[in-house]
Design a protein around this ligand. Structure first.
Ligand SMILES: [Zn+2]
Length: 246
């Protein structure tokens, strides 16, 4: 009885999962396909030199996508997912990320170029900034030249990405070294300021008036005896300083 209920329960769950997964994933993968093909068309417009390679990629992925139409259920979902992967993998994925990558390097380059700091920081920053600019120029030229097929496009992208990554690492290094120097200088400045404050406090303590331990009258710092009762200053700290008196 118990196992029967359990079996039925599992069957219902399994059916719900399959139905849910089916409708959801076919729809999801189809949406993804639409978004991906739009993306590839945008990349073609942005990088006309790579259009032949992108067109070849689109055509081969489209074949897989078309095959999915003949299938049902899980096989269909898997085929659609395969078409999406085939469209976006490798150099297309690299190309898709490249814009952000180059933008990050441009921003870091500007930051490095405008870096203050000491002379050696500035010099290092300038070198890294110039290298970054060259890497960006090389990337733009390589993308403009483009590639006639997928294999060449993959080689071009691999080189461009590695070039940009190397330049980004160098610029990051210079920027973080400068930040470390700045915080060390800040700490030094704060320590010096604290020293000045301490000295000031000590000077002020030297000229601070003193209070008589016997009559509570306030006396100028240089008075040896209380102006009011004549008690010696040395007695003010320990009015009942018997140890000294005995
Ligand atoms: Zn006194």
């Amino acid at each position: 009885m118990r196992s029967l209920t359990r079996g039925l329960f599992n069957l219902v769950i399994a059916a719900a999962l399959v139905l849910g997964a089916c409708s959801k994933s076919v729809e999801g993968e189809t949406k993804k396909w639409t978004a991906n093909t739009t993306k590839v068309s945008e990349l073609e417009a942005q990088y006309p030199g790579l259009k032949p390679a992108l067109e070849a990629r689109k055509a081969s992925a489209q074949k897989i996508y078309d095959d999915a139409a003949k299938l049902d259920g899980d096989a269909k979902i898997e085929k659609l997912a395969e078409a999406n992967r085939a469209l976006m993998t490798g150099f297309v994925d690299d190309l898709d990320d490249l814009d952000d990558k180059m933008k990050r390097l441009r921003e870091a380059r500007v930051e490095a170029a405008s870096m203050a700091g000491d002379e050696s920081s500035r010099l290092g920053a300038k070198v890294a900034a110039v290298d970054a600019e060259k890497a960006l120029e090389r990337a733009e030229a390589a993308l403009k030249t483009g590639a006639s097929d997928e294999a060449s496009a993959a080689a071009v992208l691999k080189k461009v990405v590695s070039d940009i990554d190397t330049a980004q690492t160098a610029v990051n290094k210079v920027i973080s070294a400068d930040q470390a120097k700045k915080s060390a200088a800040d700490a030094e400045k704060k320590a010096a300021e604290a020293k000045v404050d301490d000295a000031k406090a000590a000077d002020e303590a030297k000229v601070a008036p003193w209070k008589c331990g016997y009559c509570d009258a306030e006396n100028p710092h240089d008075a040896g005896n209380c102006n009011s009762c004549g008690a010696p200053r040395s007695g003010d700290k320990k009015p009942e300083g018997d140890a000294e008196k005995k």
